[in-house]
Ligand binder design. Structure first.
Ligand code: SF4
Length: 744
């Protein structure tokens, strides 16, 4: 199956990998076996090798870093790591190149009275940080400052930031860019399972006989996971549910091109057919769930005919899909942003979870309701950023949780806020109404990535004080900063990431940061000292000390990894999935490298059961109209691009692998009606902004629908600011636009 179904780009990447890996292997053999051959230049010879988890996506591939004099000189994929098994995508291969970009921040910068950024010392920078934020707080209260963090830095760093901000400086509000990608999965799992707990292990991709990929362009977004599916020996049905005929849809066995944002009706319709035919697992439902009878009654109006009318999929195809799910022995459901970024995204994710629960496809090999997360450490952020949940997946609103955390950290319980932070969109609204006046932005780029970008930029300009901490001075947000703090990047510091399957992996320092740039950890230690709260964080000496604190904080929680003793234990085991409790070690003796949750049918709600959750489907917030007749969806462009391209645009190789100019995919019939021509520049306009893009005629989109990749700086000038009410995740995937030739 594999060679027929594999996309050409994976074959070329394989060839590229083999060439590079082969070259490295030949170099090593040559050194070892042939001392009489002409010698390679010294700069190409490694004198040591170490391993580090990749710093882009949540797949969590391990890379072998070749060192000379303790500095990285090259890398190749790690063959024995249980995640990537010797594979890496173009971004991983180019991880080192982007560290040498000329726009790296090498010294702190402070905007002077003339409005120019001026180099200052770290002492001046941290003193300014403290004085300006304290001045804002004195004038407007402690609730007037906030931070926006990221899923791109080490768990230990984000935990330090969260502890410093909330327990040390007493701030109330902080959120992360994980709100933009994974908040929905968090809310859905918390409500359905009682804890934010993605249940799977990647081996499930290789053991399913039916695989549903929902709103997931896996080939592009998580290419190594697609390769894992290609290794599946069971010849699975690969069923893609996505409005767009993506690369993944083209390679799947079946594609359901549902109308954008008809997901809820579609999945309720499938559930209705399963129920009507008795294709459900009564034993699982009775033993491990609550709310099924109410769900069954709720489903009555969601007939196959209704689902068909909403989604555009014929009734016969819906029946085929339900029957395929029912007859599969091991059915797994995987979703990403197409689900998470919607106006009813939490209920959509739960409609998928409901299908897994009602058919008994969870807690067994090859099954699961499985959210694949986005950023390399989104999972670390979910547990330890101290933003929406208290460290270790605890709850700020729960007094016993606050006491437990205070006791384990040896800090006064009064230091722990008794309320939740504002969410990202609420922080932005706080800037609008003047209640938020100071903002600290760490390794994220809201001036590019936040929905309704023109509005977001105006809001950022309104702030009394904006601090940006980043690797690069050139990001759209860094350009707006009053104070810029230069940060070390991946490869220039150590710590841990947690990948999508809950695997804790190590990142290592293999290069020195440029100039005076410091790790986010070191920057925060300096801020703690300048703020006068360093004694509270005395035990948080270095990343590994913090890792041990976090392991202690996790004890007794579903994410308990208190049996992980140190970094070396993680390295020796090829990463370790949570949970890993002392009892697990005593029982198992060794660590099984592929572990899934809920094998015992027990969930994390107090009664041990999972919940069926559901809600009527609502119309999309901004549907096409006479003035704006086309529906714009956004998504990933290529596997060589990452988010706002802060890093990927720095690599000459990656730049060759994606189109330089923003482009729009449009159905040829729509283009013909509008008199538009392939390859020409066109205007795309929504009621919020107008951008120029290159037109690409393509059957990847249906008539009435257009697509623009999210990575280009202009894309979010168009998007409509709607939010899921449960997760507060922005709905990037649907807004109304019109297109016209550029000469108008
Ligand atoms: Fe693996 Fe993701 Fe890194 Fe690519 S970007 S090498 S898929 S972790």
């Amino acid at each position: 199956m594999s060679s027929k179904r594999r996309p050409s780009w994976t074959q070329s990447i394989d060839a590229w990998m083999h060439r590079r890996e082969g070259k490295m292997t030949r170099e090593l053999e040559r050194e070892k076996l042939s001392p009489h051959l002409p010698q390679l230049p010294t700069r190409l010879k490694p004198d040591a090798v170490t391993h580090s988890v990749c710093g882009y996506c949540s797949t969590g591939c391990s890379l072998k870093i070749h060192l000379r004099d303790e500095q990285a000189i090259g890398l190749s994929p790690h063959h024995r790591y249980p995640v990537n098994q010797g594979m890496a995508c173009p971004k991983g291969w180019e991880s080192l190149t982007v560290l040498d970009a000329p726009d790296r921040g090498t010294t702190p910068l402070l905007r002077n009275q003339e409005g120019e950024m001026q180099a200052v010392s770290w002492d001046v920078a941290t003193q300014t940080f403290v004085e300006r934020f304290q001045s804002v707080i004195e004038r407007h209260g402690i609730g007037s400052v906030a931070w926006l963090s990221t899923g791109q830095i080490a768990t230990e760093e984000m935990a330090y930031i969260g502890a410093l901000a909330k327990f040390g400086m007493g701030w109330l509000h902080g959120d992360g860019n994980t709100r933009q990608c994974m908040a929905t999965a968090v809310a859905a799992y918390q409500q359905s399972f009682g804890f934010d707990a993605p249940p799977y292990t990647y081996a499930d991709l290789e053991s399913s006989d039916v695989i549903l990929l929902i709103g997931s362009n896996l080939c592009i977004a998580h290419p190594i996971l697609w390769q894992r599916i290609m290794q599946n020996p069971h010849h699975p049905r690969i069923i893609v549910i996505d409005p767009r005929n993506t690369e993944t849809a083209q390679l799947a066995t079946d594609h359901f091109a549902i109308r954008p944002k008809s997901d809820l009706e579609f999945f309720y319709g499938i559930a209705h057919i399963l129920l009507q035919n008795g294709w459900i697992d009564r034993d699982t439902i009775n033993a491990s769930t609550t709310g099924f009878e109410a769900f069954a009654s709720f489903l009555q109006p969601y007939t196959a005919e209704l689902a068909s009318a909403a989604s555009g999929i014929p009734v016969s195809r819906l029946q085929w899909l339900a029957e395929t799910i029912a007859s599969g022995e091991r059915v797994s459901f995987w979703w990403t942003m197409g689900v998470n970024q919607g106006h009813q995204s939490t209920r959509t994710a739960q409609a998928i979870i409901n299908l897994a629960l009602m058919t008994g496809n969870i807690g067994k090999p090859g099954t699961g309701a499985n959210s694949i997360t986005g950023q390399c450490n989104a999972m670390g952020s979910r547990l330890f950023s101290n933003t929406t949940s208290l460290l270790g997946g605890h709850d700020f609103l729960n007094a016993s949780h606050r006491h437990r955390v205070a006791e384990r950290l040896n800090i006064p319980v009064e230091r722990i806020p008794t309320s939740k932070s504002l969410a990202y969109d609420q922080i932005m609204e706080g800037i609008r109404d003047g209640s938020i006046r100071g903002l600290w932005v760490i390794a994220t780029n809201p001036a590019h990535s936040w929905i309704h970008q023109n509005d977001a930029r105006k809001l950022l300009q309104q702030l009394d004080f904006l601090v940006v901490q980043d690797m690069y001075t050139s990001t759209e947000t860094a350009q707006m900063a009053d104070l810029f703090l230069p940060a070390a990047g991946w490869g220039e510091k150590q710590g841990t990431f947690i990948n999508s399957e809950r695997r804790i992996g190590l990142i290592r320092q293999v290069k020195s940061p440029p100039g005076e740039a410091l790790s986010d950890f070191d920057i925060c230690q300096r801020i703690a000292t300048a703020y006068g709260c360093e004694s509270l964080l005395e035990e948080w000496r270095d990343p590994e000390s913090v890792f041990r604190i976090l392991a202690r904080l996790s004890e007794g929680q579903p994410c308990d990894f208190s049996a992980i003793e140190n970094y070396e234990m993680i390295a020796a085991n090829g990463g370790i999935q949570w949970p890993l409790r002392p009892d697990d070690m005593a029982e198992q003796g060794t660590i099984n490298p592929q572990r899934r949750l809920f094998e015992n049918g027990q969930y994390f709600h107090p009664n041990g059961r999972a919940k069926f959750l559901f809600e009527p489907a609502q119309a999309m917030p901004e549907a096409p109209s006479a003035s704006f007749p086309l529906l714009l969806i956004t998504g990933r462009g290529t596997s060589a691009q990452w988010h706002t391209q802060t890093r990927t645009e720095k690599s000459p190789i990656l730049r060759k692998l994606y189109p330089a100019h923003p482009y729009l995919e449009m159905h040829p019939d729509d283009a013909a009606r509008a008199g538009l021509h392939n390859g020409k520049w066109v205007w795309v306009e929504s009621s919020r902004g107008r951008i120029e893009v290159v037109l690409r005629l393509s059957n990847t989109v249906s008539p009435g629908m257009v697509f623009i990749p999210m990575h280009y700086a202009v894309t979010n000038q168009l998007t409509f600011p709607a939010f899921d009410p449960h997760s507060r995740q922005p709905s990037y995937k649907a807004c109304a636009v019109r297109i016209f030739p550029k000469e108008h």
